[in-house]
Design a protein around this ligand. Structure first.
Ligand code: C2E
Ligand code: CA
Ligand code: CA
Ligand code: CA
Length: 259
């Protein structure tokens, strides 16, 4: 407990000093051979110089009321960065992860509106990733919030799909554009036919509802081939790129012809 307390204290300090960096990981359409989006992933640059991954501090941030300032920082930072690339002729949409606490706050749509306005980013270049569990927590309220976000013109994705007990009946009533197939299914799909069947079902479901499908955690060519055969062409994973700082990603973008 003392360790957690110390970490929460350091996290509060890091927020004041803005000791966070946003990394970006490409989403690749293997049928069109191009980057179709970037996911913004936060990192904490600890005073010791060590880079701390979100898995180590996001849960703590969520419990100690620190996730909103962090989420706000990532949202604004990502919008500004992608606007800068857009201005340079490299228009690529960015996906930002939204925590439960942010999504359930009634001011969230206004916060997104403000971030777009402040940065100048066209709303079609912003996608919000919301996990399934958050949407199912209060379906009616979630739908109202999703509609408000949709009215801003942003794209909406359900993250970690397949892990959160979605009611399929509600899925069709949510104005969602993208389903992200959870990486746990991709990890074992070559050896576990159950996982590959689940992926196939998710792909057919998403397609039937007119949604875009993205597979996460693609590490091997054989996984990409199998996903392609099942009908999913948009991939994210170490096979294509690791999350990297904006400066590195910018160099890659400037060498590409984007869609
Ligand atoms: P996520 O949203 O599911 O993000 C994907 C995670 O999978 C990232 O971990 C990414 O680096 C990792 N990944 C990508 N490709 C591969 C692969 O081929 N193999 C494997 N094994 N992993 C891969 P990361 O950056 O450590 O983030 C972990 C989680 O922390 C994210 O999971 C997300 O839930 C959360 N997170 C990250 N940034 C933010 C943020 O700005 N706000 C909030 N609320 N949550 C965030
Ligand atoms: Ca995500
Ligand atoms: Ca995910
Ligand atoms: Ca399995």
């Amino acid at each position: 407990m003392r360790k957690r307390y110390a970490l929460a204290h350091q996290l509060r300090h890091a927020i004041e000093k803005q000791h966070f960096e946003v990394f970006y990981q490409a989403k690749v359409d293997i049928a069109r051979h191009t980057i179709v989006g970037l996911e913004a992933l936060v990192r904490w640059r600890h005073e010791s110089g060590r880079l701390i991954s979100p898995g180590e501090f996001i849960p703590l941030a969520e419990e100690s009321n620190l996730i909103e300032p962090i989420g706000q920082f990532v949202l604004v930072q990502a919008c500004r960065q992608v606007y800068a690339w857009h201005q340079q002729g490299q228009s690529v949409p960015v996906s930002v992860n939204v925590s439960a606490v942010q999504f359930l706050n009634p001011v969230f749509p206004q916060t997104v509106h403000d971030a777009l306005l402040q940065s100048g980013l066209p709303s079609r270049l912003l996608e919000l990733e919301i996990t399934e569990g958050v949407l199912m927590h209060d379906v009616a309220a979630a739908r109202v919030t999703l509609e408000k976000l949709k009215q801003l013109g942003v794209r909406l994705a359900i993250d970690d799909f397949g892990t959160g007990y979605s009611s399929l009946a509600y899925l069709k009533r949510f104005p969602v554009d993208v389903l992200k197939i959870d990486q746990s299914f991709v990890r074992d799909m070559l050896t576990d036919t159950g996982d590959s069947k689940i992926i196939s079902a998710i792909i057919n479901l998403g397609r039937g509802l007119g949604m875009e499908l993205v597979a996460e955690g693609v590490e091997q060519q054989a996984q990409a081939d199998a996903l392609h055969r099942l009908g999913c062409t948009i991939m994210q994973g170490f096979l294509y790129s690791r999350p990297a700082p904006a400066a590195e990603v910018g160099k890659v973008l400037s060498r590409l012809t984007l869609p």
